[in-house]
Design a protein around this ligand. Structure first.
Ligand code: SF4
Length: 296
């Protein structure tokens, strides 16, 4: 049902959007909510309850909590105050990604810039990839090399990709946050919300057919919902980054699947079979031959 915003709230939201825009943040999650007043804030807060106190294993199997997403606001579009992003209208995805990277610059938009990062880890792979993997954030190896998923977890991801019958350079790999959280802690809500618009813009440029969220943190960020991995896995979600329709009205979005983070699989290899089931689902959707042997 259409919902009219309180004028004061609308002004406050517009001011917030303008502020973000001045910081170079153009895109926002489109979150659903019970009421607009509780919408964007509550749904995003719920996904990050006490992140620093959970291990990777706990994060993967975090108890199900209610999703904050219920009803959609469609009468007011606060995003109309946004101006086009630099990559809008750029047909070549290589050039468009370059513009996003330039816009990111030597980013200091969130506190991760001053917590020991060596460099920004933007993303790597085929700018025209049909398949994109998204993790939560760089670790020590990634921070050192400037490329996502290059450590032991990266090696396992490479094996998973190879088992799918494709090559690492065929896919695109990125993270929700582009700077290493200290001590490999979970990225905090404000860090994810500040950085993820750039991921949304990367997705809008690459336009993958399928995205795979690696782990609970990435899944909850992308889906703006809070649920256990067992609830999140095993199905496709329709996913369209906010702002994508305006940049390309012909692109209807991508399918999003959720599987375990490779770092979690290193700690609990018994779950590799489950992850393989997720990837087989993706292979079937992409029309790839589906081998039966799980990656080691
Ligand atoms: S994590 Fe993202 S928003 Fe934060 S400083 Fe790094 S690039 Fe900027």
């Amino acid at each position: 049902m259409p919902h009219t915003l309180d004028p004061d709230l609308r002004r406050a939201l517009a001011e917030r959007v303008r502020y973000c825009h001045e910081m170079g943040i153009y895109d926002f999650y489109r979150r659903e909510a019970r009421t607009f007043e509780s919408a964007t804030v509550e749904s995003s807060v719920a996904a990050f309850d006490d992140p620093s106190s959970t291990s990777h294993e706990q994060r993967e199997e975090m108890a199900a909590k209610k999703s904050a997403a219920v009803a959609k606001v469609d009468a007011e579009n606060i995003l109309e105050v946004l101006t086009p992003k630099p990559e809008h209208g750029v047909a070549d995805p290589v050039a468009a990604l370059k513009l996003i990277r330039e816009d990111l610059g030597d980013c200091t938009r969130c506190k991760l810039h001053k917590q020991g990062r060596k460099q920004i880890v933007f993303g790597v792979g085929n700018p025209r990839a049909d398949l994109m993997f998204v993790g939560e954030g760089p670790g020590a190896d990634e921070d050192a090399q400037g490329e996502p998923f290059v450590g032991r977890a990266g090696q396992l991801l490479n094996n998973m990709i190879k088992a799918m019958g494709i090559r690492r350079e065929d896919v695109y790999i990125a993270n929700v946050v582009k700077c290493r959280p200290p001590g490999n802690r979970t990225p905090e809500r404000d860090e994810c919300e500040t950085c993820s618009p750039f991921l949304m813009r990367q997705i809008s440029v690459i336009k993958p057919k399928v995205m795979v969220a690696l782990g609970a943190v990435a899944a909850k960020n992308l889906l703006a919902m809070n649920a256990s991995m067992s609830e999140l896995r095993g199905r496709f979600y329709d996913f369209l980054p906010t702002g994508a329709r305006s940049s390309d009205p012909s692109w209807q979005g991508t399918k999003l699947a959720v599987t375990y983070h490779p770092a979690f699989l290193l700690r609990d290899p018994r779950q590799k079979g489950e992850a393989w089931k997720d990837l087989q689902m993706v292979m079937k959707f992409l029309g790839l031959p589906v081998p039966t042997n799980a990656p080691k």
